[in-house]
Ligand binder design. Structure first.
Ligand code: NAD
Length: 318
């Protein structure tokens, strides 16, 4: 059975990947400094005999506990990823996307492991093409408030491909589109959890601008199934993994109010500074993922939100 190193495994998406790997009989080591992840995300795995946590910042040299272990795959999911993080941790984001990714690439080369990079739809910036296929090169600001994240991920993709070309490293690159679900941090500023928390507190739901901007949301169970298919599959990528169903922010807010039975009113507020450059529309073209792996999302927004709301009610003190 494979042994995976999941950098960022204490985070939202990484912890769900750990669950899937363990459920199919694999062994998982996570490395995480918990800057945006939560120990509670993996607390249920603490006693598992095929699961290990190494608390470490991957921008620092990797400890013997990692370099001395043989991994079949090294997965890089370590990065702060929310718009609030872009404002408060730009240097940490640039460091983890450059030095952090390079440290993991060196480990994968030394061990002959497969390297997996969790990239992002943000590499397309504010796209001029809809939906976005992998061949679209993007419309990205290299100096705006989101540039720390967008350019860090573009660099991560570039250095991953350089290691592939120079060292012959076996690599996989996925571009993750907006993902939501159980274990999101309630306060990280991403739109779905922000609206869910506002609704559960019966506070006003704050639409930015006119609420007509659209997003496509993928439930984390679908997302992780797609990521694992790419890891196990034959192609280097990049491969888009996301749900192409598109909703306006107003539709999202209305659905969350309905599902929570909230008394929240939906109000509009000006776009905050840290949202400058937010794309108005984002939608994945998933032709490559569906034709290569037969992967398509299966969870409707209504069902996924229902699961997430139940989880927030049971696990978060709101
Ligand atoms: P998250 O913040 O919950 O998880 C990221 C994890 O990385 C956290 O546990 C954090 O503590 C850890 N980390 C950050 N810097 C680190 C460092 N220097 N050393 C060790 N660990 C570090 O975010 P997420 O939503 O689970 O995102 C996981 C990955 O997927 C990220 O790379 C993100 O860019 C990518 N992604 C996520 C989405 C999404 O919608 N969730 C969309 C696009 C891309």
């Amino acid at each position: 059975m494979a042994h995976h190193l999941v950098a960022g495994g204490g985070g939202f998406v990484g912890s769900h990947m750990a669950d899937v790997f363990l459920a199919r009989g694999d062994t998982v080591t996570i490395v995480d400094n918990f800057v945006t992840g939560r120990r509670s995300n993996v607390a249920h795995l603490a006693a598992h005999d095929r699961f290990t946590v190494v608390e470490h910042d991957i921008t620092e040299p990797l400890p013997d506990g990692l370099t001395g272990t043989v991994f079949d795959s090294v997965l890089d999911l370590a990065s702060p990823a929310s718009p609030l993080d872009f404002a408060t941790m730009p240097l940490e984001i640039l460091a983890v996307g450059s030095t952090g990714t390079r440290n993991l690439l060196d480990l994968a080369v030394a061990q002959g492991a497969r390297f997996f990079l969790a990239s992002t739809s943000e590499v397309y910036g504010d796209p001029l093409v809809h939906p976005q296929p992998e061949s679209y090169l993007g419309n990205v600001s290299c100096i705006g408030p989101r540039s720390c994240y967008d350019e860090a991920k573009r660099f991560s993709e570039a250095i991953t491909m350089a290691y592939h070309r120079v060292h012959g490293l076996d690599v996989r690159i996925v571009r993750i589109f907006n993902t939501y679900g159980e274990r999101m941090r309630p306060d990280d500023g991403r739109v779905v959890n922000t609206f869910v928390v506002q609704a559960l507190r019966n506070e006003p739901i704050t639409l930015h601008g006119d609420g007509r901007q659209t997003r496509s949301f993928c439930h984390v169970s679908d997302e992780v199934a797609g990521l694992v298919a790419v890891l196990d599959g034959p192609i280097t990528g990049p491969v888009n993994v996301g749900n192409p169903d598109e909703f306006t922010m107003r539709q999202l807010a209305e659905l969350i109010v309905e599902l929570t039975g909230s008394s929240s009113e939906i109000i509009t507020v000006p776009l905050p500074d840290e949202r400058e450059g937010d794309p108005l529309q984002r939608q994945p073209d998933i032709t490559l993922a569906s034709t290569t792996y037969g992967w398509t999302p299966t969870v409707s927004l209504r069902d996924g939100l229902g699961r997430m709301i139940d989880w927030f009610r049971a696990h978060e003190q709101l």
